[in-house]
Design a protein around this ligand. Structure first.
Ligand code: COA
Length: 324
């Protein structure tokens, strides 16, 4: 048995921040941001209401409604996030509450930075393949805006908030093929030292330690080198040609990274859908949210062959091939 995706859902905060809005806070321009990243705007949460758990819960409710299943048939929830609201309980537990899943549902979180949703998806697949679960929710949710230094033009232009969720159901089918890789020795180019603490908001030094630190060029080089390689490797492992793939659904970080990947794979860019123009980089939420958009606008259709790949802090990167 494998886990087929039978439902998708996503959530984006109402508040939209455009590149022009950012140019009033830091020394940047719409032209610079569009040219270097492809991003035009991003959604930023109202932190009092739109917490990571809240957005995860709404995305999951939408995915469960899309799947048309009863919540008490869900026996596993795996949530990916780098920006949980609390150390514990987990986001998965808050999703359990939001969708009304029963106590016989196992809940836990994974943190693998931006590639976290694929890590959670593969974890849920293992539970389904081994017969330990039949229906699983796989969530990615982030409030990256909490960890961005809004005075740093090198990072604040890149990120946005949001959540996405897929419902998996045990079905007959070819196993999902996947590869996961990590390189801690290269990890210094993207890190965040501390989690936000509500009682230390006046402590300037501590607040600085909660900001993302990034060497943008190094991360860019890492992504355009490793993402095409891992995609080629996962296709070889699956014994599938890149020409047979309907969609390459990549982490939505930067249009230039996606374009470079398509070029290296010698594939038409039209097979690489993008939503980052309107969302920015939403980390672990980017892939399930994009799949949800593609399902709703009719691009994602049952039976299509999908490659998904992501990269991010750690450094970590992963890829999976599956039939939708
Ligand atoms: N607006 C205007 N100028 C900016 C700017 C901004 N928002 N950010 C940086 N600059 C300036 C720099 O200060 C630098 O100026 P200088 O030449 O006078 O020193 C110049 O633009 C070039 O900076 P650089 O950082 O080399 O630009 P870049 O072409 O590498 O683009 C990124 C920067 C961040 C867009 C790019 O490196 C990137 O996307 N990297 C990957 C990041 C990523 O995806 N991270 C998440 C991974 S999950």
């Amino acid at each position: 048995m494998i886990g087929k995706i039978i439902g998708l859902g996503s959530y984006l905060p109402d508040k939209v921040v455009t590149n022009d809005d950012l140019s009033r806070i830091v020394d940047t321009s719409d032209e610079w941001i569009c040219e270097r990243t492809g991003i035009r705007e991003r959604h930023i949460s109202d932190h009092k209401v739109e917490t990571t758990s809240y957005m995860a819960g709404v995305a999951a409710q939408r995915a469960v409604a899309d799947a048309g299943i009863e919540a008490d048939t869900i026996d596993l929830i795996v949530a990916a996030s780098t920006t949980p609201d609390t150390v514990f309980p987990t986001i998965a537990c808050s999703v359990q509450k939001a969708v009304g899943a029963s106590e016989s549902c196992g809940c836990f979180d994974v943190n693998s930075a931006c590639p976290g949703w694929i890590a959670a998806f593969l974890t849920a697949q293992s539970f389904i393949e081994s017969g330990r679960a039949r229906r699983a929710l796989v969530v990615g949710a982030e409030t990256l805006s909490n960890y961005v230094d809004w005075t740093d033009r090198g990072t604040c232009i890149l990120f946005g908030d949001g959540a996405g969720c897929a419902v998996l159901e045990a079905s007959e089918g070819d196993p999902v093929r996947s590869i996961m890789r990590s390189s801690c020795v290269r990890g210094d180019c993207l890190y965040c030292a501390s989690m936000k603490q509500p009682d230390r908001l006046d402590d300037e030094e501590f607040i600085k330690s909660t900001y993302f630190q990034m060497a943008g060029r190094d991360v860019f080089r890492f992504a355009v080198t490793e993402v095409p390689k891992i995609i080629t490797d996962v296709l070889n492992e699956a014994g599938v040609s890149s020409d047979d793939i309907d969609w390459f659904i990549l982490h939505q970080a930067n249009a230039r990274i996606i374009e470079a990947t398509a070029k290296k794979l010698k594939m038409d860019l039209s097979k690489f859908p993008m939503s980052l123009q309107g969302t920015g980089n939403t980390s672990s939420a980017s892939i399930p949210s994009l799949m949800d958009v593609m399902k709703r606008d009719g691009r994602l259709v049952k039976g299509q062959k999908i490659v998904t790949a992501s990269f991010g802090a750690g450094l970590t990167w992963d890829a999976a091939y599956f039939e939708y």
